[in-house]
Design a protein around this ligand. Structure first.
Ligand code: ADP
Ligand code: MG
Length: 618
């Protein structure tokens, strides 16, 4: 398959010369690496200190955006304007994150729908994609400054358990940052590659990758055969990591010093200083036996033994996960050939010791555990660039394939650069009550609006039994075979009505045209994203207006006159914003209506409202 690289500044094609970078877009820290004369290296910032960029974004006055260390300084003083852990929200709907909303110091919008979450900062609304793009832009600038060249192609890593929506969101973030994302790679796969595992032909082995980061823990069991990585099992805890080590130390000191927990909670400055000292203590105890410090006149100390007893229960939880992962993969400890250590928290000696002990083997920990994923991503990038002769390149699809959804938006089903053959299914629903026919229009290309993409064909799913909007479950399946033949099948799952077509996806398009489509998509990424955000906000608003109307009709009896009038008034405001081209105004109006009606809907115990809005509409 052809490889293109693009000079974004000049909008010209360059053939195969420029570099592909590897990016670890982490929950706590992110970094970028590249191949320098056959060796993967991570790039340091201007100050030359660290390769890590804290995954934190601060929104300052005058639309200033800071990323990384300077943003981190604002966490304690301006939590509402400082976004962290955005990776936790990638590709998630509000329903997915409702349970841990209190974890965030910033405002996550509750829309009571299945649509993707947004974050409100001041008067603007941001998607996790846009926020992640800010981190990626920072990394892009960092490496461009370091190498004094334009970088436009990247491999980005994601956790092995990321689903289709989360992977697509990561791709979109890359595109928005001006990066052509050649491949999304699993973090454990990248970590293995960094140790050279899986680069030899004819290898056949089983690997465990133990990844303990700042806030999350993952264990992945991989099978590697002839350079192909398969995830046999993953397990973990999305709220377990180095932050919990820090908290254990902090709690210990609070207890030791007889400080009242409320005092620490209310005195933000003291709380923050203690937290930072706790992290410092933890890091020092990875090397030394004792830590001592003072905050104001508070004398703090901790020895390694005490620290280890504090974190022992936390480590135990990671080992339980390892046992579960092995069980899921139907393997024993003795089946595992190598154990790869990833994540800053695996620097803690007790963690290393106990993991080695659990798996009964020496662990791979020679590389920097913060960098290992990015280094592996750089190696994967090098493989894609065709620089590693021994590794076979798989067939991939050169352009994304998807269907048109409400508002003329492109919904990608098989992303570009996916391995072929490929089969992906996704569920949709209708947008109109009693809808009997549904048009499925198939497109190819990278733009957000289908009008800018290539139409490959369309068909109509007929005779869907009449149901309220949102109730039909329509599964669309894309099956792309090695010859580029795309089979698209649509099936309404409640009635089993189905229909399919076959399309030759590569027919009548040259490599030059494909490259041009790619350049256009990167050039227009920002405006496309804005248009998409506006259209999506309008679609959501229209659904909410519809549901609010239904709600008023059905539940008039239980609403007071004031509640009725206020609901109508807020709906009218929303209706008028839908006509304007300001997505933030639409979002604000939706937010206002939702906040007002949520307790009313709750009172009516109305499930229909929530249900009517489930699923993307075609
Ligand atoms: P993520 O994958 O979530 O982005 P990282 O792999 O960068 O996270 O790990 C960050 C965590 O590693 C933080 O909790 C940090 O305190 C911890 N860490 C970094 N260095 C050390 C060290 N020397 N000893 C113990 N923990 C460390
Ligand atoms: Mg990580």
């Amino acid at each position: 398959m052809a490889k293109f690289s693009i000079n974004l500044k000049e909008g010209k094609l360059k053939k195969d010369s420029d570099i592909i970078v590897g990016i670890d877009l982490g929950t706590t820290n992110s970094l970028v690496a590249y191949m320098d004369n056959g060796k993967a290296v991570a790039v340091k910032g201007k100050n030359g200190k660290s390769t890590l960029v804290p995954s934190i974004i601060y929104f300052g006055p005058d639309e200033q955006i800071w990323v990384g260390d300077p943003a981190r300084e604002k966490l304690a003083t301006e939590p509402q304007n400082t976004i962290y852990s955005i990776k936790r929200l990638m590709g998630k709907s509000y329903g997915d994150v409702a349970d841990f909303e209190q974890y965030f110091g910033y405002k996550v919008i509750d829309e009571d729908t299945e649509s993707l979450v947004k974050i409100r900062v001041k008067d603007k609304f941001y998607t996790p994609i846009e926020l992640s793009a800010e981190i990626l832009k920072e990394l892009k600038q960092r490496i461009e400054a370091d190498l004094d060249t334009i970088v436009s192609r990247a491999v980005i890593t994601v956790p092995a358990y990321f689903n289709d929506a989360q992977r697509q969101a990561t791709r979109d973030a890359g595109k928005l940052a001006g990066l052509d994302v050649l491949r999304i790679v699993n973090e454990p796969t990248a970590a293995s590659l960094a140790y050279g595992i899986g680069l030899e032909k004819g290898e056949d082995q089983l690997i465990a990758v133990f990844d303990l980061g700042g806030g999350t823990f993952d264990i992945s069991i991989l099978q590697i055969q002839d350079g192909i990585f398969e995830v046999l099992a993953t397990h973990g805890d999305t709220f377990l990591g180095g932050d919990d080590f820090d908290r254990a130390i902090l709690d210990y000191w609070v207890d030791q010093k007889g400080l009242a927990p409320e005092v620490v909670r209310e005195n933000k400055k003291l709380g923050q200083s203690l937290r930072l000292k706790a992290e410092e203590a933890k890091k020092q105890l990875s090397l030394n036996d004792k830590f001592e410090a003072t905050i104001d006149d508070l004398e703090l100390s901790l020895d390694r033994k005490t620290f280890e007893s504090l974190i022992q229960p936390l480590i135990k939880r990671t080992l339980d996960s390892c046992a579960n992962a092995l069980k899921d993969a139907k393997l024993n400890v003795s089946d595992i050939q190598h154990v790869v250590m990833v994540g800053g928290s695996t620097r803690v000696p007790l963690v290393k010791q106990q993991v080695a002990n659990f798996f009964q083997k020496e662990i791979y920990d020679a590389l920097d555990p913060d960098e290992v994923v990015a280094l592996g991503a750089a190696i994967q990038a090098d493989v894609l660039a065709g620089n590693q002769k021994d590794v076979l390149l798989l067939d991939i699809t050169p352009l994304s394939l998807g269907i048109e959804t409400v508002g003329g938006l492109m919904d990608v089903i098989i992303p570009r650069n996916s391995k072929i053959p490929s089969r992906v299914g996704r569920q949709y629903t209708t947008s109109v009550d009693g809808q009997k026919n549904l048009k499925i229009a198939v497109y190819q290309g990278e733009r957000d609006l289908v009008e800018h993409n290539r139409k490959l064909g369309e068909f109509i799913l007929k005779e869907i039994p009449p149901m309220p909007a949102g109730l039909p479950k329509i599964e669309i399946q894309f099956l792309l075979n090695a010859d580029g033949i795309l089979k698209v099948k649509a099936k309404e799952l409640r009635s089993n009505v189905e229909q399919e077509i076959e399309i030759r996806s590569q027919y009548g398009i040259s490599e030059e045209e494909m490259a041009k489509m790619l350049i256009e998509s990167l050039k227009n990424a920002e405006t496309d994203m804005k248009t998409r955000a506006l259209l999506e906000a309008r679609n959501e608003a229209n659904n909410i207006i519809l549901s609010a109307g239904k709600f008023i009709k059905q539940h008039q009896a239980i609403l007071s006159e004031e509640e009725l009038n206020q609901t109508i008034a807020l709906t009218e405001v929303l209706k008028s914003t839908v006509k304007e081209a300001d997505k933030d105004a639409i979002n604000r109006a939706m937010d206002a209506l939702n906040q007002y009606t949520a307790p009313l809907a709750h009172r009516a115990m109305d499930v229909t409202i929530a249900q009517a809005m489930k699923g993307k509409k075609i």
